[in-house]
Design a protein around this ligand. Structure first.
Ligand SMILES: [Zn+2]
Length: 204
């Protein structure tokens, strides 16, 4: 009798545990997957970012006037371009590369500005790869408010590090592991590499 009871006890929780596990996974997927659709098809979901970032003056222009520091979130600044930490990151290490000039359309950028932005995009991607050991990166721009730009009047390119195991633009891994890093920690982690890069830039 005792033996029989043990077998039943052993078998029962196993089935219910695997059932519970599946439900948990499904729950997480439900919470995470809609984010991709929201990003591409429902940029209005990010209205709160625009709301917060809609003071009288442009936040990027205000940062542009400040020195490189955690307060300004600016990591690098050269004649025409700058690199800044995204205040509302999708993922730790989420950077923005942008012109120093307040420009809302990509076709308004001059050749020199474009070249500097491209160079900083390349350097930023390499630095994120080295510092964060990410296996890939997403880089792109939301051009105009209707396309989801939080600050449409001052164009900016997003760079987001990615890790293995991601199957989505908003990785599960980032939600559970990378995002708990504070902005301050991210800034301090990236600052030395950008300092080095600026030295190279100045010696050219
Ligand atoms: Zn601006």
């Amino acid at each position: 009798m005792a033996k029989k009871a043990k077998v039943l006890k052993k078998g029962k929780p196993k089935t219910s545990a695997s059932f519970q596990e599946k439900t948990k996974v499904e729950k997480v997927l439900e919470e995470v997957w809609p984010l991709e659709r929201d990003f591409f098809e429902r940029p209005d979901r990010y209205r709160y970012v625009r709301k917060l970032a809609r003071p009288k003056t442009c936040v990027f222009c205000s940062a542009e006037k400040k020195r490189l520091s955690f307060d300004s979130l600016v990591l690098a600044k050269t004649q025409h371009a700058m690199v800044i930490l995204n205040k509302y990151p999708y993922n730790s290490g989420h950077l923005l590369v942008l012109p120093r000039k307040h420009i809302g359309e990509i076709w308004e950028l001059g050749e020199e500005e474009l070249m500097e932005i491209t160079k900083w995009t390349q350097s930023s991607m390499r630095i994120l790869h080295e510092v964060y050991q990410c296996k890939g990166l997403n880089m792109g721009m939301n051009h105009g408010a209707v396309a989801g730009a939080g600050i449409p009047d001052h164009i900016h390119w997003h760079i987001v590090p990615r890790w293995l195991g991601d199957t989505n633009f908003f990785p599960l891994i980032a939600q559970t592991r990378a995002l708990p890093e504070t902005l301050k920690q991210t800034y301090e982690r990236l600052r030395p590499a950008f300092k080095e890069e600026l030295k190279k830039w100045e010696s050219k």
